[in-house]
Design a binder for this molecule. Structure first.
Ligand code: GRF
Length: 203
């Protein structure tokens, strides 16, 4: 499935997806890495690795509608069928999200529905939860509220700081996102009537 990765920053999840997609049997083919920030570290890394890249700088557009229309043009130009948000830091409008229903994934650094939004590791430590983790979900207009495709959990350890906990979660993100993208790209997990249906294509 022709897949785009949308980033805004360092792109470590992007790198994990690019690595996974090197396997010939992997069901997603990364045809575009797109960033809203020209200086995103991940963009340079993707270009160096030989992937097609695009910048759609949100600051160059007067409003969200024209910014998203420009992103949509790039996605169309590359024949993209599946979009993976990987540290993409712009809130998307219902216009864009509904256009991509069932074909737009995000990775979020918490066990949703706990800790939607930002600063998830700080908040997990403040709440004193003993399990934390990450979630890959289909994107819906409500922020971090979409149907869940996969989750990975880590323990919260005594003495954890947001950085130590975040690092433990990030290592799991790098395994989880490629697995979840493979589930969706192969059709083993899909969005039907607002719920994730899973089936084993081999079974
Ligand atoms: C990750 O923690 C991801 O869960 C969140 O943003 C961060 C992006 O990190 N959505 P990276 O750019 O993939 O390194």
């Amino acid at each position: 499935m022709r897949t785009a990765i949308l980033i805004s920053g360092r792109g470590s999840n992007m790198t994990a997806l690019l690595e996974a997609a090197r396997q010939p049997a992997y069901p997603a083919q990364i045809v575009l890495v797109m960033s809203n920030r020209p200086d995103a570290a991940g963009l340079a890394r993707a270009a160096e690795a030989g992937f097609a890249t695009a910048v759609v700088d949100h600051k160059a557009y007067p409003d969200r509608a024209s910014f998203e229309a420009a992103m949509q043009t790039e996605l169309d130009r590359h024949g993209v069928e599946l979009v993976c948000l990987a540290g993409f830091m712009r809130v998307l409008t219902p216009w864009f999200i509904e256009r991509w229903t069932g074909r737009l994934l995000n990775i979020h650094p918490s066990l949703l529905p706990a800790f939607r939004g930002l600063h998830t590791h700080e908040r997990a430590l403040e709440e004193g939860v003993k399990l934390h983790g990450c979630t890959v979900h289909f994107v819906v207009p409500e922020l971090d509220a979409g149907p869940i495709v996969a989750q990975g959990a880590v323990p919260v350890l005594a003495g954890d700081t947001p950085d130590s906990l975040g690092g433990r979660v990030l290592a799991v993100e790098h395994r989880l996102y490629p697995l979840a993208v493979a589930l969706v790209a192969s059709g083993r997990a899909r969005l039907v009537d607002g719920r994730v249906l899973e089936h084993d294509v081999a079974g």
